[in-house]
Ligand binder design. Structure first.
Ligand code: FAD
Length: 139
């Protein structure tokens, strides 16, 4: 007996609706809105497998979606104060943050839920703005 399998054709199939997969799909559609892009995600919903608590540097998002603030991205809480501590058994030693390398300084960054950003990113960027034809398959 010959097995009949349904098949669908896409120009690009991206595995994983994490930050990388979502950003790639958005960029591809920005470059060519006619591309047929499909994201495969094994989680029960987008964001289900994404870490939550996150200190977020916005540089990459600034390039991808410059008006993310106006578009209501769930990125609201700016880092106001930071401490770098060496923890001992009974006490801790505070290290001056101005002595830290720049990659460890977070004063311009945001404290966010990455899962929420991934989930909302799909709703506000891909669905609300109707960048159509990105097919999201939960596998
Ligand atoms: C403990 C910890 C703390 C961190 N804290 C920070 C922080 O504060 N700030 C920061 O900027 N970064 C932080 N990071 C790093 C950040 O989480 C990652 O850089 C980022 O999540 C990577 O995104 P990604 O899309 O490459 O992969 P992931 O976020 O891992 O997403 C991959 C997606 O692919 C799906 N998937 C995997 N395999 C398959 C498959 N076979 N089929 C279908 N779907 C699949 C998964 O379900 C998931 O949704 C932290 C990481 C860890 C581990």
């Amino acid at each position: 007996m010959e097995i009949q399998r349904e098949s669908m054709e896409y120009d690009v199939v991206i595995v994983g609706a994490g930050p990388a997969g979502l950003a790639t799909s958005i960029k591809l559609k920005q470059l060519n809105p006619d591309l047929n892009v499909c994201i495969l995600e094994k989680g029960s919903e987008v964001g289900a497998h994404i870490l939550s608590g996150n200190v977020f540097e916005t540089r990459a998002l600034d390039e991808l979606i410059p008006d993310w603030k106006e578009k209501g991205a769930p990125i609201k809480t700016k880092v106001k104060k930071e401490k770098f501590l060496f923890l001992g058994k009974k006490s801790s030693l505070s290290w001056p943050t101005w002595l830290l390398p720049s990659v460890q300084k977070n004063h311009k960054n945001y404290i966010i839920s990455l899962a929420n950003l991934c989930f909302k990113q799909v709703t506000w960027e891909l669905i609300k703005k109707e960048i159509k034809k990105i097919v999201l398959n939960l596998v």
